[in-house]
Design a binder for this molecule. Structure first.
Ligand SMILES: [Zn+2]
Ligand SMILES: [Zn+2]
Length: 454
C-alpha cells in the first residue's frame, strides 16, 4: 500500500477506491474449489479456440469484445481463487485484528499448508495480484499496469505467469520511474515481495495468492537473507528452499507444469566480512549456501525452462580484485572486498540492502532471466563474468570494419532465406491478405488478429 500511495498517479487513487469496494465481495466456500479450475479452463479454452470456433466471430469488433470478456472472466476467477484460500470467517477476523495499516489481509486470513489457521500478520506486502484483481478494466478488458512498459494490457497477457518472489532485496525495485528513467518491464511480471520475509513466510504468501489458481507459473526467488539473519543453519535453509521448490511444483494446475529458480544470495557487510573475521561472521555459510542454491537449480527439470540460468547476485555489491584462491569451494575468488558505495546503509555494520540504483539493475536482471526463459531473447550466460565476456565479444563484433573488409551487400533480402523460411513467409502473407480481404468491407482499417491478440 505504501508503494501505491507513493505514486502520484490517478489510476492508483482509483485503485484504492475500488479496493475498498471489492473487499465486500462474498466469500466462496470450500466446495467451490473445483469450480474455480473448471471456470478457468473454460476461459482458456475459449481463448485457445480463437477464430477457429464452430461459429466464427464475424468481425474484428466481435474479436475485441470476446477478448475483453476473457479478461474480465480471468479477473473474476483470480478474485475467487484468493477468497477461496481465506478462512471461512475471515471478515470477523479482519474486524478484530485490523488495527494497523500494516495489517496484511493476504497473509493473516489465508489458511494454507504452511499455516492452516488464521493469524494476524503485520508487515509490508507487495502484491501485483492484489492490485490486478481490484483494478478497473476498460472496454477492451485492459487495466493500467504500473510496472509494465506497455500498459494498459489485459489480465494475464501471456500463457504462463512469470512471478518474482522476494524479501526486501527486490521490494519496490523499480522505484520512482520518473526519477530513475526506467521505462518499465518488457514483459508482465507478477511479484510477491515482503520485507523481512523468511522463506516460510514467502511460501505462505505464495499459497495464499497462487495456491488455488490455474495458471502455470515460472517463479524466480530472491530470498534467504532473513533466514540467515535469524541465525538459521545452512542445512535448514536449504531444506526450506527444497520445500519451496516442491510447493511450486505441487500447485501446478492439472496438465501443466511450473518452474522455479532461486537466485544466489548477495553478501551484505552486516552478515559477512570477507577478509576480516568477526563474531557471527557468516561469510563461509553464505558461500556454502550459494553453492547449494546452484545445485538446487541444476537438479530441477531443464528441458522446457532452463532454471539453471537463474540470476546470480552473489557478486553484486562487491569489488573485483585479483588474489590468490583462499577458499576452496567459494564462488568469490578475485572478489575480496565490498563496494561500499553500492549499499544503501551508511555504516558497514548496518549494510544489508544494495542501493536503489543497484537494485534497479538487479530487477532488470530478473526480467532478462524471464525474457531468456521464454526465448524472447537469447539464453543468458551462466554467470556474471561470462555475461560480461559475452557482452564484450558482442560489442567487438559490432565494431565497424573498414569498407574494404565489408562483405558484399546481398542482392535481395531473400538470398539467405531457406526454402522452408520462404514458404512460411509466403503462407503468412497469403493469410494476412485473405483476412484483410474478408474484413475489408466491414472494417477496412483494422489490424490482423495476430498483431493484437495477447
Ligand atoms: Zn502478507
Ligand atoms: Zn503488466
Amino acid at each position: 500500500m505504501r508503494r501505491l500511495c507513493s505514486k502520484s498517479n490517478i489510476y492508483q487513487y482509483t485503485y484504492l477506491l475500488i479496493y475498498v469496494q471489492t473487499m465486500e465481495v462474498d466469500h466462496i466456500h470450500a466446495e467451490n474449489q473445483g469450480k474455480i479450475q473448471q471456470q478457468s479452463m473454460e476461459v482458456d479454452q475459449t481463448e485457445n479456440q480463437g477464430t477457429n470456433q464452430q461459429q466464427p466471430l464475424e468481425n474484428w469488433t466481435d474479436i475485441q469484445a470476446e477478448l475483453a470478456n476473457i479478461s474480465k472472466d480471468r479477473q473474476e476467477i483470480e478474485k475467487e481463487a484468493i477468497l477461496h484460500v481465506k478462512g471461512s470467517n475471515y471478515k470477523n477476523f479482519r474486524e478484530t485484528h485490523n488495527r494497523s495499516y500494516k495489517y496484511c489481509e493476504i497473509c493473516s486470513e489465508a489458511e494454507t499448508r504452511e499455516r492452516n489457521y488464521m493469524k494476524p500478520v503485520y508487515h509490508k506486502h507487495g502484491s501485483s495480484k492484489t492490485y490486478m484483481i481490484n483494478a478497473p478494466l476498460d472496454k477492451k478488458g485492459q487495466y493500467f499496469c504500473y510496472t509494465c512498459k506497455d500498459s494498459p494490457h489485459r489480465i494475464h497477457p501471456r500463457q504462463r505467469s512469470p512471478l518474482l518472489i522476494s524479501s526486501s532485496t527486490l521490494h519496490d525495485w523499480q522505484g520512482m520511474r520518473s526519477y530513475t528513467g526506467y521505462t518499465g518491464d518488457a514483459l508482465h511480471m507478477d511479484f510477491i515481495t515482503i520485507p523481512g520475509g523468511t522463506i516460510k513466510v514467502l511460501k505462505h504468501a505464495l499459497l495464499a495468492e497462487y495456491g488455488a489458481g490455474n495458471r502455470a507459473l515460472d517463479v524466480c526467488c530472491v530470498f534467504g537473507l532473513n533466514d540467515l539473519l535469524r541465525n538459521r543453519k545452512v542445512a535448514d535453509i536449504v531444506a526450506d528452499m527444497k520445500d519451496f521448490q516442491n510447493t511450486v511444483h505441487r500447485i501446478a494446475p492439472p496438465g501443466k507444469s511450473n518452474s522455479v529458480a532461486i537466485a544466489t544470495i548477495i553478501i551484505p557487510p552486516k552478515l559477512a566480512e570477507i577478509e576480516d573475521d568477526f563474531e557471527g561472521n557468516r561469510f563461509s555459510d553464505i558461500v556454502e549456501l550459494n553453492h547449494q542454491i546452484k545445485t538446487l537449480n541444476q537438479d530441477q527439470p531443464q528441458e522446457n525452462f532452463p532454471v539453471r540460468y537463474a540470476p546470480q547476485f552473489h557478486t553484486w555489491g562487491l569489488a573485483s580484485r585479483k588474489r590468490k584462491p583462499k577458499f576452496p569451494r567459494n564462488l568469490l575468488e578475485g572478489l575480496p572486498r565490498h563496494r561500499v558505495g553500492q549499499w544503501r546503509e551508511e555504516n558497514m555494520e548496518d549494510m544489508l540492502h544494495l542501493n536503489d540504483k543497484t537494485r534497479l539493475r538487479m530487477g532488470k536482471a530478473v526480467i532478462a532471466y524471464f525474457l531468456a526463459l521464454y526465448s524472447i531473447t537469447e539464453t543468458v550466460a551462466a554467470s556474471k563474468p561470462l555475461a560480461i565476456a559475452m557482452e564484450r565479444k558482442s560489442k567487438r563484433a559490432k565494431v565497424k570494419k573498414p569498407k574494404s573488409m565489408k562483405a558484399a551487400k546481398p542482392e535481395t533480402k531473400f538470398k539467405f532465406m531457406s526454402e522452408e523460411e520462404r514458404a512460411k513467409k509466403k503462407l503468412l502473407c497469403a493469410q494476412m491478405i485473405q483476412f484483410l480481404k474478408a474484413h475489408s468491407q466491414n472494417q477496412p482499417s483494422q489490424a490482423a488478429p495476430s498483431q493484437v491478440q495477447q
